[in-house]
Ligand binder design. Structure first.
Ligand code: UT7
Length: 324
C-alpha cells in the first residue's frame, strides 16, 4: 500500500497584525521586519480562539476536498506545541468537533511537526495498520510569544493546515522521508511552558510561558539542515531538482528560504513562499502553503514535491511526496 494525500484544507484567524501595528508595540520598524525577515503581516487569534478552532476548520475543508466522511478516519494526528490544553489533545477536540471516529493524538515537534506527521502516516499505512489518516499542523504561536520581545514577536503568526491521507495500491504518495534531531542544541529555541523540570531554565527565565530564541545561531543551522535534508530526500527517491514541481520550505525567514534554496540548488521560481502574509506559523507553514498552491492550481495531480522544515529540538527533516 502507498500513502496518498487526497485532500487539503487550511484556516487562519481573521485578525491581521501588520508591521505598522508592531511598531506601536515594540522598538522596531516595518522596513526592518520586511527586509530582515520578509514578513509584512501575520494572522493573530482572538482571546477566545484556539488551536482546535483553526484545526477544526482546516480539517473540515480537507475532508470535503477529499470527499471523505469524518467517520472513515482511523486516526487524527495534530502536530502542535500550542494546543488549547496539555490534555486532552487538540486532535481529540478536533475529532469531537468534526464527528470523526478512530484514534487521536498530538505530535509535539514544533516546526517540523507536520512533516513528522506525514512520516508517521506513511509508516502506519504501509504497515497496514491504518487506512485513512488526517495530519494537521496547527499553532497559535501568538499566545506564547512575548509581545515586548522584538526578537520574536515580529516573526510568529497563527494558522492551521490539514491533509487527508489514504491507502491506495497506486505507486507514489509519500515517497521518502528524512528526519534528524540534535538535542544538544535545544537551548537555541525553547518554550518552557509547564515543563519546568529543568532547574537552569527555571532560574534563568522569569517569564516561563514565552518562546525564547537565539535567532542568529538558529539561522545558520536552519539553512544547512534544510538544504541538506532536501538533497538527501531527493537522493533517496532517485530524483533530481528538475523532477520536482516545488520545494515547500518552512516559512521562518525569507533569507533562510532563499539561502536554503541556493545551497540546495533549487531555483527560487520552484520555491513556494507565503511568509509575507502569515509569518512563521510553526507546524502550520507547510500545510498552509501546500493548500494554497493546490487550490489555486499551481500544484497539479502527480506533481512531485519536497516539504522541508527545521525548528526546536533542534529537529529537522524533509518529505518527498506526490499530490494524488
Ligand atoms: O521556526 C524556526 C526557528 N526560527 C528561526 O529559524 C529564526 C531564525 N532567525 C532569524 O530569522 C533572524 O535571526 C531574526 C529575524 C530573528 C533576526 O535577524 P538578524 O538579521 O539575525 O538580526 P540580528 O539578530 O543579527 O540583529 C541585527 C540588529 C541588532 O541591532 P545591532 O546590535 O546591530 O544594533 C538587533 O538588535 O537588528 C536589531 N533587531 C531589530 N531591529 C528592529 C533585532 N530585532 C529587531 C527588530 N526590529 N524586530
Amino acid at each position: 500500500m502507498y500513502a496518498h494525500l487526497i485532500g487539503t484544507g487550511s484556516s487562519v484567524p481573521e485578525r491581521v497584525l501588520t508591521n505598522a501595528d508592531l511598531e506601536k508595540m515594540v522598538d522596531t520598524d516595518s522596513e526592518w521586519i520586511e527586509t530582515r525577515a520578509g514578513i509584512k503581516e501575520r494572522r493573530i487569534t482572538s482571546d477566545d480562539e484556539w488551536v482546535s478552532d483553526l484545526a477544526t476548520e482546516a480539517a473540515r475543508k480537507a475532508l470535503e476536498h477529499a470527499g471523505m466522511s469524518p467517520k472513515e478516519l482511523d486516526l487524527i494526528i495534530c502536530a502542535t506545541v500550542t494546543g488549547d490544553t496539555t490534555m486532552p489533545s487538540a486532535a481529540s477536540i478536533v475529532q469531537y468537533n468534526i464527528g470523526a471516529g478512530g484514534a487521536t493524538y498530538d505530535l509535539g515537534s514544533a516546526c517540523p511537526g507536520f512533516l513528522y506527521g506525514l512520516a508517521t502516516a506513511k509508516a502506519y499505512i504501509e504497515s497496514g495498520m491504518f487506512r485513512n489518516i488526517m495530519v494537521i499542523g496547527a499553532e497559535t504561536t501568538s499566545k506564547v510569544v512575548d509581545f515586548t520581545d522584538r526578537n520574536t514577536c515580529i516573526l510568529f503568526g497563527d494558522g492551521a493546515g490539514a491533509v487527508v491521507i489514504t491507502a491506495t495500491e497506486e505507486e507514489g504518495g509519500i515517497m521518502e522521508v528524512e528526519m534528524e534531531s540534535d538535542g544538544a542544541l535545544g537551548h537555541l529555541l525553547y518554550l518552557p511552558g509547564m515543563r519546568q523540570r529543568i532547574p537552569v531554565l527555571r532560574e534563568k527565565d522569569p517569564v516561563p510561558l514565552y518562546v525564547k530564541m537565539q535567532g542568529n545561531d538558529l539561522f545558520k543551522y536552519a539553512v544547512k539542515s534544510m538544504a541538506d535534508s532536501s538533497v538527501k530526500v531527493l537522493e533517496k527517491g532517485g530524483l533530481g531538482i528538475d523532477d520536482i514541481k516545488y520545494l515547500i520550505p518552512h516559512q521562518a525567514n525569507i533569507r533562510i528560504i532563499e539561502a536554503t534554496a541556493k545551497r540546495a540548488g533549487v531555483p527560487l521560481e520552484k520555491v513556494l513562499i507565503n511568509i509575507e502574509k502569515f509569518g512563521n506559523t510553526s507546524s502550520a507553514t507547510i500545510p498552509i502553503a501546500f493548500d494554497e498552491a493546490v487550490r489555486d492550481g499551481r500544484i497539479q495531480k502527480g506533481d512531485a514535491l519536497v516539504g522541508v522544515s527545521f525548528g526546536a529540538g533542534l529537529s529537522w527533516g524533509a518529505v518527498l511526496f506526490k499530490w494524488y
